[in-house]
Design a protein around this ligand. Structure first.
Ligand code: PMP
Ligand code: GLN
Length: 398
């Protein structure tokens, strides 16, 4: 039980507690704990079960040996900021000033939190696409901003352009984009991104774009919002080394933004974490400078894993989506008789020795009926682990 008191009605931290005042772990923590407790294969929380490139791991070891162990500068070590700027130019032709337009953060999560806290006032609207990554609603609530959502519907999970137009108004302060998208694996079409930029201009909104899966696309081009005409000056682009280099536990992320947006975000960030992870910063810099081959192979490997898991889920009786990117596939468990994905996911470790995450965890209560039986499975796991999971899941329909 949490501590109860009169402060609880208004305190920001208490808002994130459950109705009974107790801490509610995130769905990822809950399902990972269930997987550990039951010995189930964890296809819930999105983290790879293999290490990333040895050059990156070795660079971190070297940095520790070399004494890179004290507070780095507030904006991040120059070597990483320069590598981020080079990366933006090399992959997208976007030129940024590493000294003024790049900020290293404690994962993409801190970049998101600092951006929202810095740039919204109480009552401002944030427009996001639902389902959305769980931190979006939590941080919006901490900022006392109002979350307005545009639905993404199966199949395809692309936003409807008219619904997008209707959602963005003069009250919109931030348009929060996530493409490639978690949990659906959708990559927003260029016409969607162009409309977002147009509407941001029309209503003087800021675009915050979470592009952590930028390199994990399967035959589909990733178009950074900031690369579109007229976007860069009002866009904060967020990414992270976690997904690209299989180092989710290092929590090295960053944002790229024009100085007039970056400075207030830095002002907030310096009191959230001040700085983060000194020896991991040169290591992620080494990763960003790896040859193209690394990035292509990482995506190709993941695509193979997607295909193994998708085929297996299909054989097990799920109706399976076809993600164009990311770590996850959405599967409808309704053909297996499921009506409530959360209950299904709580039972799945016992039933099949596999953990997954209900898509309803990414959807607000009032909209959950539309996603009732959808389950998210992670395929960022070894192929033999996926094969084993699939073999166990096939038993479900028998
Ligand atoms: N945004 C999205 C869409 C994510 O999926 C994740 C993590 N899986 C994050 C942000 C958080 O990234 P980080 O671990 O770098 O904070
Ligand atoms: N982003 C990862 C996922 O979607 C998990 C991150 C977390 O546990 N907060 O599974």
């Amino acid at each position: 039980m949490g501590v109860r008191g009169s402060w609880e009605r208004t305190a920001r931290g208490a808002m994130l507690l459950g109705d009974d005042g107790a801490l509610r772990p995130t769905i990822f923590a809950e399902m990972s704990a269930l997987a550990v407790a039951t010995g189930a294969i964890n296809l819930g929380q999105g983290f790879p079960d293999e290490d990333g490139p040895s050059e990156v791991l070795e660079a971190a070891r070297q940095a520790i040996s070399d004494g890179v162990n004290q507070y780095p500068p507030g904006r991040g070590l120059p070597v990483l900021r320069e590598a981020i700027a080079e990366h933006q130019e090399r992959f997208y032709g976007i030129r940024v000033d590493p000294d003024r337009e790049v900020l290293v953060t404690a994962g993409a999560t801190e970049a998101l939190a600092a951006s929202i806290l810095a740039l919204t006032d109480e009552g401002d609207q944030i427009v996001a696409f639902e389902p959305f990554y769980d931190a979006y609603a939590a941080v919006a609530a901490l900022a006392r901003a109002e979350l307005v959502t545009v639905p993404l519907r199966s199949p395809g999970f692309q936003p409807d352009l008219d619904e997008l137009r209707a959602a963005i108004t003069d009250r919109t302060r931030i348009i929060l984009v996530n493409s490639p998208h978690n949990p659906t694996g959708a990559v927003f079409g260029r016409e969607v991104l162009e409309l977002i930029v147009e509407l941001a201009h029309q209503h003087d909104a800021i675009i915050v774009t979470d592009e952590v899966y930028e390199h994990l696309t399967f035959g589909v081009e990733h178009v950074p919002v900031a690369s579109l005409t007229g976007a860069a000056d009002r866009t904060i682009t967020i990414s992270s080394g976690g997904k690209t280099f299989s180092t989710t536990g290092w929590k090295v992320g960053w944002l790229v933004a024009p100085p007039h947006l970056l400075e207030p975000v830095l002002a907030v960030k310096q009191y959230l974490t001040y700085v983060n992870g000194a020896p991991f910063q040169p290591a992620i810099a080494a990763g960003l400078r790896l040859p193209d081959r690394y990035f292509l192979e990482a995506a190709a490997t993941l695509q193979r894993k997607r295909d193994i898991l998708s085929a297996g889920l299909d054989a097990a009786g799920f109706e399976v989506g076809s993600p164009d990117a990311g770590y996850f596939v959405i599967a409808d468990a309704a053909p297996l008789g499921a009506v409530d994905a959360a209950a299904f996911c709580r039972a799945l470790p016992e039933l099949a020795g596999v953990a997954a995450v209900p898509v309803t965890a990414f959807v607000r209560e009032q909209n959950r009926a539309d996603y009732a039986a959808l389950v998210r499975f992670a395929f960022c796991k070894r192929e033999d682990v996926l094969e084993r999971a699939v073999a166990q899941l096939v038993g479900l329909s028998r």
